[in-house]
Design a protein around this ligand. Sequence first.
Ligand code: NAG
Ligand code: NAG
Ligand code: NAG
Ligand code: NAG
Ligand code: NAG
Ligand code: NAG
Ligand code: NAG
Length: 505
Amino acid sequence: MSQGLGFTFALLSLLGPGSETMGVQFSGSSWVPTSAQPKNLTPLPWTEPSVATSWAGGDAVSQPFSNFTGSVNDRGICQCSVSLPDTTFPVVRVERLEFTAHVLSQKFETELSKVKEYVQLISVYEKRLLNLTVRVEIMEKDSISYTELDFELIRIEVKEMEKLIIRLKENFVGSTEIVDQLEVEIRNMTLLIEKLETLDKNNVLVIRREILALKKKLKECETSKSEHTPLVPPPPAPGSCNHGGVVNVSRPSVVQLNWRGFSYKYGAWGRDYSPEHPNKTLYWVAPLETNGRALQYYRLYSTLDNLLLYTQIRESQISSGQGSGTTVYKNNMYVNWYNTGRIARVNLTTNAVAVDVWLPNAAYNNRFSYANVAWQDIDFAVDEHGLWVIYATEASTGNIVISLLNDTSLEVLNTWVTKQYKPSVSSTFMVCGVLYATRTLNTRTEEIFYYYDTNTRKEGNLAILMPKMQERVQSINYHPFDQKLYVYNDGYLLNYDLFFQQQPK
Ligand SMILES: *[C@@H]1O[C@H](CO)[C@@H](O)[C@H](O)[C@H]1NC(C)=O
Ligand SMILES: *[C@@H]1O[C@H](CO)[C@@H](O)[C@H](O)[C@H]1NC(C)=O
Ligand SMILES: *[C@@H]1O[C@H](CO)[C@@H](O)[C@H](O)[C@H]1NC(C)=O
Ligand SMILES: *[C@@H]1O[C@H](CO)[C@@H](O)[C@H](O)[C@H]1NC(C)=O
Ligand SMILES: *[C@@H]1O[C@H](CO)[C@@H](O)[C@H](O)[C@H]1NC(C)=O
Ligand SMILES: *[C@@H]1O[C@H](CO)[C@@H](O)[C@H](O)[C@H]1NC(C)=O
Ligand SMILES: *[C@@H]1O[C@H](CO)[C@@H](O)[C@H](O)[C@H]1NC(C)=O
Protein backbone atom coordinates (compact mmCIF):
# COMPACT_ATOMS: atom_id res chain seq x y z
CA MET A 1 0.00 0.00 0.00
CA SER A 2 1.11 3.52 -0.57
CA GLN A 3 2.39 5.61 2.27
CA GLY A 4 0.11 8.57 1.72
CA LEU A 5 -3.26 7.72 3.29
CA GLY A 6 -5.31 10.62 4.45
CA PHE A 7 -5.59 10.62 8.18
CA THR A 8 -7.00 12.70 10.99
CA PHE A 9 -4.96 11.65 13.94
CA ALA A 10 -3.04 14.92 14.28
CA LEU A 11 -6.19 16.95 14.18
CA LEU A 12 -7.84 15.30 17.15
CA SER A 13 -5.34 16.69 19.53
CA LEU A 14 -5.80 20.16 18.23
CA LEU A 15 -9.55 20.45 18.12
CA GLY A 16 -11.50 20.90 21.28
CA PRO A 17 -14.37 18.60 22.33
CA GLY A 18 -17.70 19.36 20.77
CA SER A 19 -16.19 21.00 17.79
CA GLU A 20 -16.81 19.51 14.46
CA THR A 21 -14.00 17.13 13.95
CA MET A 22 -12.98 13.73 12.80
CA GLY A 23 -12.58 10.58 14.80
CA VAL A 24 -10.49 7.54 14.69
CA GLN A 25 -11.86 4.10 15.29
CA PHE A 26 -10.37 0.65 15.63
CA SER A 27 -11.80 -1.71 13.15
CA GLY A 28 -10.47 -5.20 12.70
CA SER A 29 -6.76 -5.05 12.82
CA SER A 30 -6.37 -1.76 11.03
CA TRP A 31 -6.61 1.82 11.93
CA VAL A 32 -9.61 3.19 10.12
CA PRO A 33 -10.18 6.90 9.92
CA THR A 34 -13.78 7.87 10.31
CA SER A 35 -15.90 10.73 9.27
CA ALA A 36 -16.05 13.85 11.38
CA GLN A 37 -19.52 13.54 12.94
CA PRO A 38 -19.28 13.27 16.68
CA LYS A 39 -21.08 10.23 18.25
CA ASN A 40 -21.57 8.81 14.82
CA LEU A 41 -18.30 7.31 13.89
CA THR A 42 -18.79 5.38 10.71
CA PRO A 43 -15.81 4.33 8.69
CA LEU A 44 -15.19 5.98 5.42
CA PRO A 45 -14.81 3.70 2.45
CA TRP A 46 -11.29 3.44 1.10
CA THR A 47 -11.19 3.97 -2.52
CA GLU A 48 -7.60 4.63 -3.37
CA PRO A 49 -4.27 4.51 -1.60
CA SER A 50 -4.11 8.20 -0.90
CA VAL A 51 -7.39 9.67 0.22
CA ALA A 52 -7.72 13.21 1.36
CA THR A 53 -10.14 13.46 4.24
CA SER A 54 -12.40 16.43 4.08
CA TRP A 55 -13.68 18.51 6.84
CA ALA A 56 -15.61 21.70 7.00
CA GLY A 57 -14.86 24.82 8.97
CA GLY A 58 -11.17 25.38 8.28
CA ASP A 59 -11.32 28.34 10.70
CA ALA A 60 -11.38 25.94 13.63
CA VAL A 61 -7.71 25.32 13.02
CA SER A 62 -5.81 27.85 15.01
CA GLN A 63 -2.26 26.91 14.10
CA PRO A 64 -0.49 25.99 10.95
CA PHE A 65 0.55 22.41 10.54
CA SER A 66 4.01 22.24 9.29
CA ASN A 67 4.10 18.49 9.48
CA PHE A 68 1.53 17.78 6.84
CA THR A 69 0.27 19.41 3.79
CA GLY A 70 -2.98 21.23 3.97
CA SER A 71 -4.94 23.29 1.49
CA VAL A 72 -8.35 24.86 1.09
CA ASN A 73 -10.14 23.89 -2.10
CA ASP A 74 -12.25 26.13 -4.28
CA ARG A 75 -15.41 25.36 -2.24
CA GLY A 76 -13.70 26.48 0.97
CA ILE A 77 -13.13 22.93 2.19
CA CYS A 78 -9.83 22.33 3.84
CA GLN A 79 -8.04 19.25 2.73
CA CYS A 80 -5.07 17.70 4.28
CA SER A 81 -3.21 14.49 4.27
CA VAL A 82 -0.90 12.95 6.81
CA SER A 83 1.56 10.22 6.09
CA LEU A 84 1.62 7.13 8.24
CA PRO A 85 4.24 4.51 7.49
CA ASP A 86 2.11 1.41 7.97
CA THR A 87 -1.58 1.41 7.53
CA THR A 88 -2.28 -1.97 9.01
CA PHE A 89 -1.22 -1.87 12.63
CA PRO A 90 -2.22 -5.25 14.14
CA VAL A 91 -3.86 -4.02 17.32
CA VAL A 92 -5.80 -7.15 18.11
CA ARG A 93 -2.80 -9.32 17.56
CA VAL A 94 -0.71 -7.12 19.79
CA GLU A 95 -3.33 -7.32 22.50
CA ARG A 96 -3.44 -11.07 22.19
CA LEU A 97 0.32 -11.18 22.33
CA GLU A 98 0.37 -9.00 25.40
CA PHE A 99 -2.12 -11.27 27.09
CA THR A 100 -0.19 -14.38 26.18
CA ALA A 101 3.02 -12.82 27.40
CA HIS A 102 1.35 -12.04 30.68
CA VAL A 103 0.07 -15.58 31.12
CA LEU A 104 3.44 -16.97 30.17
CA SER A 105 5.31 -14.75 32.57
CA GLN A 106 2.98 -15.87 35.34
CA LYS A 107 3.63 -19.48 34.47
CA PHE A 108 7.33 -18.83 34.27
CA GLU A 109 7.25 -17.20 37.69
CA THR A 110 5.61 -20.30 39.12
CA GLU A 111 8.09 -22.62 37.46
CA LEU A 112 10.99 -20.46 38.49
CA SER A 113 10.03 -20.61 42.13
CA LYS A 114 9.80 -24.38 41.83
CA VAL A 115 13.22 -24.54 40.21
CA LYS A 116 14.69 -22.30 42.91
CA GLU A 117 13.41 -24.65 45.55
CA TYR A 118 14.83 -27.61 43.69
CA VAL A 119 18.19 -26.00 43.12
CA GLN A 120 18.59 -25.46 46.83
CA LEU A 121 18.12 -29.14 47.43
CA ILE A 122 21.00 -30.12 45.21
CA SER A 123 24.22 -29.94 47.11
CA VAL A 124 27.15 -28.04 45.72
CA TYR A 125 29.48 -30.90 45.17
CA GLU A 126 27.04 -32.80 43.04
CA LYS A 127 27.15 -29.86 40.67
CA ARG A 128 30.88 -29.84 40.84
CA LEU A 129 31.14 -33.49 40.04
CA LEU A 130 28.86 -33.01 37.11
CA ASN A 131 30.92 -30.08 36.03
CA LEU A 132 34.03 -32.16 36.39
CA THR A 133 32.59 -34.91 34.25
CA VAL A 134 31.78 -32.39 31.57
CA ARG A 135 35.21 -30.86 31.80
CA VAL A 136 36.88 -34.21 31.48
CA GLU A 137 34.75 -34.93 28.44
CA ILE A 138 35.93 -31.70 26.90
CA MET A 139 39.50 -32.60 27.74
CA GLU A 140 39.04 -35.95 26.10
CA LYS A 141 38.05 -34.27 22.89
CA ASP A 142 40.98 -31.89 22.95
CA SER A 143 43.65 -34.34 23.99
CA ILE A 144 45.87 -36.56 21.99
CA SER A 145 44.86 -40.15 21.68
CA TYR A 146 46.87 -41.89 24.34
CA THR A 147 45.75 -39.64 27.14
CA GLU A 148 42.15 -39.97 26.02
CA LEU A 149 42.06 -43.39 27.49
CA ASP A 150 43.25 -42.19 30.84
CA PHE A 151 40.67 -39.45 30.85
CA GLU A 152 38.01 -42.00 30.05
CA LEU A 153 39.19 -43.80 33.11
CA ILE A 154 38.98 -40.71 35.29
CA ARG A 155 35.56 -39.92 33.97
CA ILE A 156 34.25 -43.34 34.83
CA GLU A 157 35.78 -43.24 38.27
CA VAL A 158 34.32 -39.86 38.97
CA LYS A 159 30.93 -41.17 37.93
CA GLU A 160 31.36 -44.05 40.31
CA MET A 161 32.12 -41.60 43.10
CA GLU A 162 29.14 -39.56 42.17
CA LYS A 163 26.94 -42.58 42.67
CA LEU A 164 28.55 -43.33 45.99
CA ILE A 165 28.04 -39.78 47.16
CA ILE A 166 24.41 -39.79 46.18
CA ARG A 167 23.94 -42.96 48.15
CA LEU A 168 25.81 -41.45 51.05
CA LYS A 169 23.69 -38.34 51.02
CA GLU A 170 20.59 -40.42 51.37
CA ASN A 171 22.10 -41.95 54.45
CA PHE A 172 23.37 -38.71 55.95
CA VAL A 173 20.16 -36.76 56.13
CA GLY A 174 20.58 -34.07 58.77
CA SER A 175 24.29 -34.61 59.29
CA THR A 176 26.30 -33.58 56.28
CA GLU A 177 29.60 -32.63 57.91
CA ILE A 178 31.51 -35.53 56.44
CA VAL A 179 29.92 -35.01 53.10
CA ASP A 180 30.83 -31.34 53.24
CA GLN A 181 34.42 -32.26 53.90
CA LEU A 182 34.41 -34.60 50.96
CA GLU A 183 33.03 -31.82 48.89
CA VAL A 184 36.13 -29.74 49.63
CA GLU A 185 38.33 -32.55 48.51
CA ILE A 186 36.40 -33.17 45.39
CA ARG A 187 36.73 -29.48 44.62
CA ASN A 188 40.47 -29.94 45.04
CA MET A 189 40.31 -32.74 42.56
CA THR A 190 38.53 -30.49 40.13
CA LEU A 191 41.38 -28.03 40.42
CA LEU A 192 43.84 -30.81 39.80
CA ILE A 193 42.08 -31.87 36.66
CA GLU A 194 42.06 -28.28 35.50
CA LYS A 195 45.81 -28.21 36.01
CA LEU A 196 46.08 -31.43 34.12
CA GLU A 197 44.71 -29.77 31.05
CA THR A 198 47.84 -27.70 30.81
CA LEU A 199 50.33 -30.28 32.02
CA ASP A 200 51.60 -33.51 30.57
CA LYS A 201 50.16 -36.97 30.84
CA ASN A 202 52.19 -37.93 33.89
CA ASN A 203 49.73 -36.01 35.96
CA VAL A 204 47.15 -38.59 35.17
CA LEU A 205 48.85 -40.64 37.82
CA VAL A 206 48.54 -37.86 40.37
CA ILE A 207 44.84 -37.71 39.69
CA ARG A 208 44.56 -41.43 40.01
CA ARG A 209 46.18 -41.32 43.43
CA GLU A 210 43.84 -38.54 44.47
CA ILE A 211 40.87 -40.51 43.30
CA LEU A 212 42.06 -43.59 45.10
CA ALA A 213 42.47 -41.63 48.33
CA LEU A 214 39.01 -40.15 47.91
CA LYS A 215 37.54 -43.52 47.18
CA LYS A 216 39.09 -44.87 50.33
CA LYS A 217 37.61 -42.02 52.34
CA LEU A 218 34.22 -42.60 50.80
CA LYS A 219 34.46 -46.24 51.68
CA GLU A 220 35.41 -45.41 55.27
CA CYS A 221 32.59 -42.94 55.39
CA GLU A 222 30.22 -45.57 54.17
CA THR A 223 31.27 -48.18 56.67
CA SER A 224 31.16 -45.71 59.56
CA LYS A 225 27.64 -44.60 58.79
CA SER A 226 26.17 -47.60 60.52
CA GLU A 227 28.22 -48.16 63.63
CA HIS A 228 26.31 -51.26 64.63
CA THR A 229 27.17 -53.25 61.50
CA PRO A 230 30.47 -55.07 61.87
CA LEU A 231 33.39 -53.76 59.82
CA VAL A 232 34.40 -55.59 56.68
CA PRO A 233 36.68 -58.45 57.71
CA PRO A 234 40.27 -58.21 56.54
CA PRO A 235 40.86 -60.14 53.33
CA PRO A 236 42.73 -63.43 53.58
CA ALA A 237 46.50 -63.17 53.25
CA PRO A 238 47.69 -62.95 49.64
CA GLY A 239 48.08 -66.39 48.14
CA SER A 240 46.25 -67.97 51.08
CA CYS A 241 43.27 -70.27 50.63
CA ASN A 242 42.18 -69.91 54.23
CA HIS A 243 38.69 -68.77 53.30
CA GLY A 244 35.33 -70.15 52.25
CA GLY A 245 35.37 -69.14 48.62
CA VAL A 246 34.25 -66.16 46.58
CA VAL A 247 31.11 -64.45 47.89
CA ASN A 248 31.15 -61.18 45.99
CA VAL A 249 33.07 -58.99 43.56
CA SER A 250 33.62 -55.25 43.62
CA ARG A 251 32.42 -52.94 40.93
CA PRO A 252 34.90 -52.92 38.05
CA SER A 253 37.64 -50.38 37.79
CA VAL A 254 38.63 -49.60 34.27
CA VAL A 255 42.34 -49.75 33.84
CA GLN A 256 42.38 -48.68 30.21
CA LEU A 257 41.60 -49.58 26.66
CA ASN A 258 43.90 -52.20 25.16
CA TRP A 259 46.93 -50.77 23.35
CA ARG A 260 45.68 -51.67 19.89
CA GLY A 261 42.44 -49.70 20.17
CA PHE A 262 38.68 -49.95 20.10
CA SER A 263 38.49 -52.43 17.21
CA TYR A 264 40.45 -55.05 19.13
CA LYS A 265 37.50 -56.37 21.08
CA TYR A 266 38.89 -59.86 21.67
CA GLY A 267 41.79 -60.74 23.91
CA ALA A 268 43.07 -61.22 27.40
CA TRP A 269 45.18 -59.49 29.97
CA GLY A 270 46.55 -60.13 33.42
CA ARG A 271 49.44 -60.11 35.81
CA ASP A 272 52.10 -62.79 35.88
CA TYR A 273 51.98 -64.91 39.03
CA SER A 274 54.99 -66.72 40.44
CA PRO A 275 54.56 -68.33 43.85
CA GLU A 276 58.25 -67.64 44.53
CA HIS A 277 57.83 -63.90 43.87
CA PRO A 278 54.15 -63.27 44.55
CA ASN A 279 54.45 -59.49 44.51
CA LYS A 280 56.22 -59.40 41.16
CA THR A 281 54.59 -56.83 38.88
CA LEU A 282 54.68 -58.05 35.31
CA TYR A 283 51.54 -57.20 33.36
CA TRP A 284 50.64 -58.62 29.98
CA VAL A 285 48.07 -57.53 27.41
CA ALA A 286 47.22 -59.81 24.50
CA PRO A 287 44.57 -58.48 22.12
CA LEU A 288 43.63 -60.88 19.33
CA GLU A 289 43.55 -59.82 15.71
CA THR A 290 40.24 -58.23 14.76
CA ASN A 291 38.95 -61.57 13.45
CA GLY A 292 38.68 -62.64 17.09
CA ARG A 293 40.79 -65.70 16.46
CA ALA A 294 44.53 -65.24 16.03
CA LEU A 295 46.87 -64.15 18.80
CA GLN A 296 50.02 -62.68 17.29
CA TYR A 297 51.16 -59.68 19.28
CA TYR A 298 51.35 -59.23 23.01
CA ARG A 299 52.89 -56.61 25.26
CA LEU A 300 54.58 -56.82 28.63
CA TYR A 301 54.90 -54.03 31.18
CA SER A 302 57.12 -54.25 34.24
CA THR A 303 54.76 -52.12 36.35
CA LEU A 304 51.13 -51.05 36.29
CA ASP A 305 52.24 -47.44 35.85
CA ASN A 306 54.11 -48.39 32.71
CA LEU A 307 50.99 -50.08 31.44
CA LEU A 308 48.92 -46.99 32.20
CA LEU A 309 51.38 -44.72 30.45
CA TYR A 310 52.21 -47.14 27.63
CA THR A 311 55.90 -46.76 28.46
CA GLN A 312 58.77 -49.25 28.66
CA ILE A 313 56.88 -51.61 26.46
CA ARG A 314 58.15 -55.03 25.53
CA GLU A 315 56.21 -56.10 22.48
CA SER A 316 56.57 -59.55 20.96
CA GLN A 317 55.08 -61.59 18.15
CA ILE A 318 54.22 -65.27 18.12
CA SER A 319 52.83 -67.29 15.22
CA SER A 320 50.33 -67.94 16.42
CA GLY A 321 47.90 -68.50 19.23
CA GLN A 322 44.16 -69.00 19.00
CA GLY A 323 41.42 -67.44 21.13
CA SER A 324 41.41 -65.42 24.34
CA GLY A 325 42.14 -68.32 26.70
CA THR A 326 45.75 -67.25 27.17
CA THR A 327 47.35 -66.87 30.57
CA VAL A 328 50.76 -66.12 32.05
CA TYR A 329 52.36 -68.05 34.90
CA LYS A 330 55.94 -67.96 36.17
CA ASN A 331 57.14 -65.85 33.26
CA ASN A 332 55.63 -68.19 30.67
CA MET A 333 52.69 -67.58 28.42
CA TYR A 334 50.31 -70.48 27.80
CA VAL A 335 48.34 -70.53 24.57
CA ASN A 336 46.15 -72.74 22.44
CA TRP A 337 48.02 -73.19 19.19
CA TYR A 338 46.28 -71.88 16.06
CA ASN A 339 43.90 -74.27 14.28
CA THR A 340 44.80 -77.19 16.56
CA GLY A 341 44.06 -78.75 19.92
CA ARG A 342 47.70 -78.22 20.84
CA ILE A 343 48.80 -76.16 23.81
CA ALA A 344 52.09 -74.32 24.02
CA ARG A 345 54.31 -72.62 26.55
CA VAL A 346 56.14 -69.51 25.42
CA ASN A 347 59.09 -68.35 27.54
CA LEU A 348 58.50 -64.63 27.97
CA THR A 349 62.19 -63.87 28.40
CA THR A 350 63.07 -65.25 24.99
CA ASN A 351 59.63 -65.34 23.33
CA ALA A 352 60.60 -68.88 22.28
CA VAL A 353 58.13 -71.77 22.21
CA ALA A 354 59.46 -74.03 24.96
CA VAL A 355 56.81 -76.78 24.80
CA ASP A 356 54.06 -77.58 22.29
CA VAL A 357 51.87 -80.64 22.93
CA TRP A 358 48.38 -81.98 22.20
CA LEU A 359 45.90 -81.58 25.03
CA PRO A 360 44.48 -85.11 25.16
CA ASN A 361 40.90 -85.39 23.85
CA ALA A 362 40.30 -81.66 23.92
CA ALA A 363 37.75 -80.35 21.44
CA TYR A 364 38.94 -77.31 19.49
CA ASN A 365 38.10 -74.84 16.67
CA ASN A 366 34.73 -73.73 18.08
CA ARG A 367 33.45 -77.20 18.90
CA PHE A 368 32.78 -76.18 22.50
CA SER A 369 33.79 -72.56 22.89
CA TYR A 370 32.16 -70.21 25.40
CA ALA A 371 28.84 -68.47 24.86
CA ASN A 372 29.30 -65.25 22.84
CA VAL A 373 33.05 -65.84 22.54
CA ALA A 374 34.45 -67.87 19.68
CA TRP A 375 37.76 -69.77 19.44
CA GLN A 376 38.05 -70.34 23.16
CA ASP A 377 37.60 -74.08 23.40
CA ILE A 378 40.79 -74.20 25.45
CA ASP A 379 41.10 -71.72 28.31
CA PHE A 380 44.04 -71.53 30.69
CA ALA A 381 43.73 -70.44 34.31
CA VAL A 382 46.10 -69.77 37.19
CA ASP A 383 45.35 -69.88 40.88
CA GLU A 384 47.05 -70.64 44.22
CA HIS A 385 47.40 -74.28 43.18
CA GLY A 386 49.08 -73.69 39.84
CA LEU A 387 48.24 -73.90 36.17
CA TRP A 388 44.89 -75.21 34.96
CA VAL A 389 43.26 -75.76 31.61
CA ILE A 390 39.52 -75.63 31.11
CA TYR A 391 38.04 -77.29 28.03
CA ALA A 392 35.49 -79.88 26.91
CA THR A 393 35.70 -83.25 25.21
CA GLU A 394 33.38 -85.42 23.14
CA ALA A 395 33.36 -87.87 26.05
CA SER A 396 32.23 -85.12 28.41
CA THR A 397 29.45 -84.30 25.90
CA GLY A 398 30.59 -80.70 25.87
CA ASN A 399 30.59 -80.35 29.64
CA ILE A 400 33.46 -78.49 31.25
CA VAL A 401 36.58 -80.54 31.93
CA ILE A 402 39.18 -79.15 34.34
CA SER A 403 42.78 -80.36 34.22
CA LEU A 404 45.68 -79.44 36.44
CA LEU A 405 48.85 -79.18 34.33
CA ASN A 406 52.53 -79.50 34.99
CA ASP A 407 53.43 -75.97 34.06
CA THR A 408 56.83 -77.03 32.73
CA SER A 409 55.92 -80.01 30.57
CA LEU A 410 52.20 -79.28 30.09
CA GLU A 411 51.51 -82.87 31.11
CA VAL A 412 48.01 -83.38 32.57
CA LEU A 413 48.37 -84.14 36.29
CA ASN A 414 44.71 -84.62 37.18
CA THR A 415 41.30 -84.16 35.56
CA TRP A 416 37.79 -83.38 36.79
CA VAL A 417 34.64 -83.58 34.67
CA THR A 418 31.79 -81.26 35.65
CA LYS A 419 28.08 -81.32 34.86
CA GLN A 420 28.12 -77.83 33.37
CA TYR A 421 27.81 -77.54 29.58
CA LYS A 422 30.70 -75.35 28.43
CA PRO A 423 29.03 -73.47 25.55
CA SER A 424 26.41 -72.12 27.95
CA VAL A 425 28.88 -70.25 30.14
CA SER A 426 30.48 -66.98 29.08
CA SER A 427 33.79 -67.40 30.90
CA THR A 428 35.49 -69.13 33.83
CA PHE A 429 38.29 -68.61 36.34
CA MET A 430 39.90 -70.66 39.10
CA VAL A 431 40.46 -69.65 42.74
CA CYS A 432 42.00 -72.11 45.24
CA GLY A 433 41.12 -75.10 43.07
CA VAL A 434 37.51 -73.97 42.62
CA LEU A 435 36.23 -73.27 39.13
CA TYR A 436 33.84 -70.31 38.88
CA ALA A 437 31.72 -69.91 35.75
CA THR A 438 29.93 -66.79 34.57
CA ARG A 439 26.92 -66.28 32.36
CA THR A 440 25.48 -63.19 30.72
CA LEU A 441 22.43 -61.71 32.41
CA ASN A 442 22.24 -58.65 30.18
CA THR A 443 24.47 -56.19 28.36
CA ARG A 444 25.56 -54.61 31.64
CA THR A 445 25.73 -57.56 34.01
CA GLU A 446 27.41 -60.94 34.21
CA GLU A 447 26.68 -63.43 36.93
CA ILE A 448 29.02 -65.90 38.58
CA PHE A 449 26.40 -68.62 38.63
CA TYR A 450 28.24 -71.91 38.99
CA TYR A 451 31.19 -73.43 40.84
CA TYR A 452 33.02 -76.73 40.82
CA ASP A 453 35.38 -77.45 43.70
CA THR A 454 38.18 -79.78 42.60
CA ASN A 455 39.18 -80.22 46.26
CA THR A 456 35.85 -81.82 47.18
CA ARG A 457 34.36 -82.61 43.72
CA LYS A 458 31.31 -80.62 44.82
CA GLU A 459 29.50 -78.36 42.42
CA GLY A 460 26.62 -75.95 42.79
CA ASN A 461 25.05 -72.64 41.98
CA LEU A 462 25.93 -69.09 42.98
CA ALA A 463 24.38 -65.71 42.21
CA ILE A 464 27.17 -63.15 42.32
CA LEU A 465 26.53 -60.18 40.06
CA MET A 466 29.38 -58.68 38.04
CA PRO A 467 28.63 -55.31 36.50
CA LYS A 468 30.55 -54.72 33.27
CA MET A 469 31.43 -51.84 30.98
CA GLN A 470 30.74 -53.41 27.63
CA GLU A 471 28.58 -56.22 26.43
CA ARG A 472 30.93 -59.19 26.19
CA VAL A 473 33.40 -60.59 28.63
CA GLN A 474 36.15 -62.06 26.46
CA SER A 475 38.28 -63.53 29.23
CA ILE A 476 38.85 -63.59 32.99
CA ASN A 477 42.19 -64.19 34.71
CA TYR A 478 42.66 -64.36 38.46
CA HIS A 479 45.79 -63.23 40.29
CA PRO A 480 46.37 -64.94 43.67
CA PHE A 481 48.52 -62.17 45.17
CA ASP A 482 46.30 -59.15 44.64
CA GLN A 483 43.19 -61.37 44.55
CA LYS A 484 41.82 -59.47 41.62
CA LEU A 485 40.12 -60.56 38.43
CA TYR A 486 41.64 -59.26 35.19
CA VAL A 487 38.82 -59.02 32.70
CA TYR A 488 39.05 -58.22 28.99
CA ASN A 489 35.70 -56.60 28.22
CA ASP A 490 35.29 -55.86 24.50
CA GLY A 491 38.69 -54.18 24.38
CA TYR A 492 38.64 -52.60 27.84
CA LEU A 493 40.89 -53.87 30.59
CA LEU A 494 38.94 -54.16 33.83
CA ASN A 495 39.90 -55.08 37.39
CA TYR A 496 37.62 -56.53 40.04
CA ASP A 497 38.40 -57.19 43.69
CA LEU A 498 37.17 -60.48 45.04
CA PHE A 499 35.51 -60.84 48.43
CA PHE A 500 35.78 -64.16 50.21
CA GLN A 501 33.72 -65.89 52.85
CA GLN A 502 35.73 -65.56 56.03
CA GLN A 503 35.22 -69.03 57.45
CA PRO A 504 36.89 -71.83 55.52
CA LYS A 505 34.37 -74.40 54.38
C1 NAG B 1 6.57 16.59 12.64
O1 NAG B 1 6.11 16.07 13.88
C2 NAG B 1 7.04 15.30 14.56
C3 NAG B 1 6.38 14.71 15.82
O2 NAG B 1 5.49 15.59 16.35
C4 NAG B 1 8.25 16.15 14.90
O3 NAG B 1 9.25 15.34 15.62
C5 NAG B 1 8.83 16.73 13.66
O4 NAG B 1 9.87 17.59 13.97
C6 NAG B 1 7.74 17.49 12.85
N1 NAG B 1 8.28 17.92 11.59
C7 NAG B 1 8.36 19.25 11.26
C8 NAG B 1 8.91 19.52 9.90
O5 NAG B 1 8.02 20.10 12.03
C1 NAG C 1 32.18 -25.33 36.12
O1 NAG C 1 33.40 -25.09 35.47
C2 NAG C 1 33.47 -23.81 34.85
C3 NAG C 1 34.76 -23.72 34.09
O2 NAG C 1 35.88 -23.77 34.93
C4 NAG C 1 33.37 -22.74 35.91
O3 NAG C 1 33.41 -21.48 35.30
C5 NAG C 1 32.09 -22.91 36.64
O4 NAG C 1 32.00 -21.98 37.70
C6 NAG C 1 31.98 -24.30 37.22
N1 NAG C 1 30.69 -24.48 37.83
C7 NAG C 1 30.55 -24.97 39.06
C8 NAG C 1 29.16 -25.11 39.53
O5 NAG C 1 31.51 -25.30 39.75
C1 NAG D 1 43.66 -29.10 48.58
O1 NAG D 1 44.89 -28.98 47.86
C2 NAG D 1 45.87 -28.21 48.50
C3 NAG D 1 47.07 -28.12 47.60
O2 NAG D 1 46.82 -28.62 46.34
C4 NAG D 1 46.23 -28.85 49.82
O3 NAG D 1 47.20 -28.05 50.50
C5 NAG D 1 45.00 -28.97 50.68
O4 NAG D 1 45.29 -29.65 51.87
C6 NAG D 1 43.94 -29.74 49.93
N1 NAG D 1 42.73 -29.77 50.72
C7 NAG D 1 42.09 -30.89 51.00
C8 NAG D 1 40.89 -30.77 51.83
O5 NAG D 1 42.48 -31.97 50.57
C1 NAG E 1 28.40 -57.19 46.43
O1 NAG E 1 29.17 -56.05 46.16
C2 NAG E 1 28.43 -55.00 45.58
C3 NAG E 1 29.38 -53.91 45.18
O2 NAG E 1 30.46 -53.81 46.08
C4 NAG E 1 27.40 -54.54 46.58
O3 NAG E 1 26.65 -53.51 46.03
C5 NAG E 1 26.49 -55.71 46.92
O4 NAG E 1 25.58 -55.32 47.90
C6 NAG E 1 27.30 -56.88 47.40
N1 NAG E 1 26.42 -58.01 47.55
C7 NAG E 1 26.41 -58.75 48.64
C8 NAG E 1 25.46 -59.90 48.61
O5 NAG E 1 27.15 -58.53 49.57
C1 NAG F 1 58.08 -58.01 47.48
O1 NAG F 1 58.42 -59.05 48.37
C2 NAG F 1 59.75 -59.01 48.82
C3 NAG F 1 59.99 -60.20 49.70
O2 NAG F 1 59.26 -61.30 49.25
C4 NAG F 1 59.98 -57.71 49.60
O3 NAG F 1 61.33 -57.63 49.98
C5 NAG F 1 59.62 -56.54 48.71
O4 NAG F 1 59.69 -55.34 49.45
C6 NAG F 1 58.21 -56.69 48.18
N1 NAG F 1 57.95 -55.61 47.26
C7 NAG F 1 56.83 -54.95 47.29
C8 NAG F 1 56.68 -53.89 46.25
O5 NAG F 1 55.93 -55.18 48.07
C1 NAG G 1 63.25 -68.72 29.82
O1 NAG G 1 64.40 -68.47 29.08
C2 NAG G 1 65.48 -67.95 29.86
C3 NAG G 1 66.60 -67.62 28.90
O2 NAG G 1 66.90 -68.72 28.10
C4 NAG G 1 65.88 -68.96 30.90
O3 NAG G 1 66.92 -68.42 31.71
C5 NAG G 1 64.69 -69.27 31.79
O4 NAG G 1 64.99 -70.29 32.70
C6 NAG G 1 63.52 -69.71 30.93
N1 NAG G 1 62.35 -69.82 31.78
C7 NAG G 1 61.69 -70.93 31.89
C8 NAG G 1 60.54 -70.90 32.86
O5 NAG G 1 61.94 -71.90 31.25
C1 NAG H 1 56.83 -81.32 35.67
O1 NAG H 1 57.62 -81.61 34.56
C2 NAG H 1 59.00 -81.44 34.77
C3 NAG H 1 59.71 -81.63 33.45
O2 NAG H 1 59.21 -82.77 32.80
C4 NAG H 1 59.48 -82.41 35.84
O3 NAG H 1 60.84 -82.21 36.09
C5 NAG H 1 58.69 -82.14 37.11
O4 NAG H 1 59.01 -83.08 38.08
C6 NAG H 1 57.19 -82.21 36.82
N1 NAG H 1 56.48 -81.78 38.00
C7 NAG H 1 55.47 -82.44 38.47
C8 NAG H 1 54.83 -81.87 39.69
O5 NAG H 1 55.09 -83.48 37.96
